[in-house]
Design a protein around this ligand. Sequence first.
Ligand code: N7H
Length: 471
Amino acid sequence: MNEPQDHDLKDIQGLIYRGWTKHPYAGFLFARLPDFALDGGARARQWLRAIANDVTAVVHGPGDGRLQLALSYTGLRALGVPDDVIGALPGEMQKGMASRQASLADTDPATWTLGGPERPLDVLVLVYARDEAGRAREMAAQRAALEAIGAHVYPDELSTPLTDSREHFGFADGLSQPFLPGLHDEPRPGEDRVPAGEILLGYPNAYRQTPLSPTWGHVDLGRNGSYLVFRKLAQNVAGFWGWLAEHARRIAGDDPAGAAALTEWLGAKVVGRWPSGAPLVLTPERDDPAFAAPEHRNAFKYLAHDPDGMRCPISSHIRRANPRDARGGSAAESELVVSRHRILRRGRSFGAPLDPDAARRGQDDGATRGLYFLCLQSSIARGFEFIQQTWLANPGFAGLYGEPDPIIGDNRVRLGHHCAHPERTRRYHITIPADPVRLRLENVPTVVSNLGGEYFLLPSIKALHRIARGP
Ligand code: N7H
C-alpha cells in the first residue's frame, strides 16, 4: 500500500496528522532511562508497557488530553532493543543532534541547557492539554511514572500559547505544510501533496523507495512512525525588531510615522509573510488577512509570480525554507527537487511575550523566550538538516552572497548583545529588491539561537508495544 489505510490511522501517533491546536497547552518531558546494564532494560520496558496504552493515535477514542511518545537512539538502547536492530537507524539518528553541530552551523552543544553531551535525552513525552490545570496534572503523572522506575527526569518544558497562534516575533506560523495522504481528501490550493513516505516510515518516498527503518524480528519498528526533530530555539525579539527599526529610521529620516510603517514592512520582507500570514507574493504592499485564509495562503509560486523577489525577497525566510518553483532550473525541475525536502512543522512557543513597543525600541527585558521547533520527516538528513544547512544557514543560497536566513541566521556568528566573540563577527547583510533602488540591510543580527535538542523516533503504537515486550 502506498498510503495509510483506516487501520493504520489507529496505529500512527496523532501528531503526524494533527497539530493538536485545540490543545494549546503543550508540555514536553525529557528523561534519561535507567542504565541498561542495571537490569537489561526491564524497568524501562515496564514503564513503556503502561504508557503505550495511553498514546493518542490519529483516530482515537474520547478522552480529553493528547499524549505522544518519542524515543532517541540512546532511549531505544536503554529499552533493550538489540544493537543490530538500532544499527539500521540512519546515521544522524544514531549519532544524535549534538554530533551534527558543524553541518548545522549550530551553537556549541557544551553550552546547551537541553540535551547535549552532559544531558542525554532518552525519551520525550509530549503532553497536549486544553487548559493549564490539565497540563499540570498530566505532566506530574508522567513525571511520577518515570521517577518510579528510577529514570532521571529533566525540568518540565512548557509552551506558552500566544494570541492568534502567533510566534514571538508576531507572525502566524505553521501555515505552509506538505499535504500527507491518508486522512484528508484533497489538498488545499497550493498545498503540495508529498508521497506518504516523505513523512511516514514504511511507505514509498519521493524516490519510490521505502525509507530506512529498523526491523525487529517480523516487526518494522519504523512503519507508521516518523523521525522527530526537537530544538529549543531562543528568540531575541528586541534584537530582531530593534535591528529593523534602526534601518527604517535611517531610510525614513525625520518621519517617525513613516519609520514605524517601514519597520513593519521590513519585518514582512524578511519573513516573506505579513503577521496575519498573508503571503507577500499575493499582497506585497499591505497586510490583508483575507490572503491568510486556508484557500489562499499557499496559492502562489515564485518563478511564476515573482521571479526577481520584488515582492518576496530571495533571502526571506519562507522563500529559502521552501523555494517552491524557484530553486533553479525549470519550475518542474525545481518542484521535483523541493518535494524531496519537505517537513511537517509542529512548533510551540515558550516564555512570556515581549511588549511589541519595547521590541521596536530594541529594549529587551532579559527573559528567555522562543520556539520549541518540532518537525517530522522520514529522513532527518534530507528534511530538517538539508533545509537548515543548504537553504537557511547558507549565506550563498540561490546565488546570493553573504546573505544568511534573516530568522535562523548562522548560529556561529554572534552579534548585538549576544555578542560572544566580536572579533569573529562576519558582517552579513540582506538584500530587499525594490523600485527604484534595492535596499540593503547591513549587520544581520543573530536573533535565534539553539539552546539544545535531540533527534527521536516517533514510533507507531504497535512498535511501542513491540519494544515494550522486549527480547
Ligand atoms: Fe520557519 N517565524 O515565525 O518567523 N517560519 N521559523 N523554520 N519555516 C515560517 O508558512 C520561524 C525554522 C520553515 O512552505 C513562517 O508556516 C521562526 C527552522 C519552513 O512556504 C514563519 C523560527 C526551519 C516553513 C516562520 C523558525 C524552518 C517556515 C511562515 C525559529 C527548518 C514553510 C508561516 C525561531 C530548518 C515555508 C508558515 C513554506 C515558515 C518563523 C525556524 C522552516 C512566520 C521564528 C529551524 C519549511
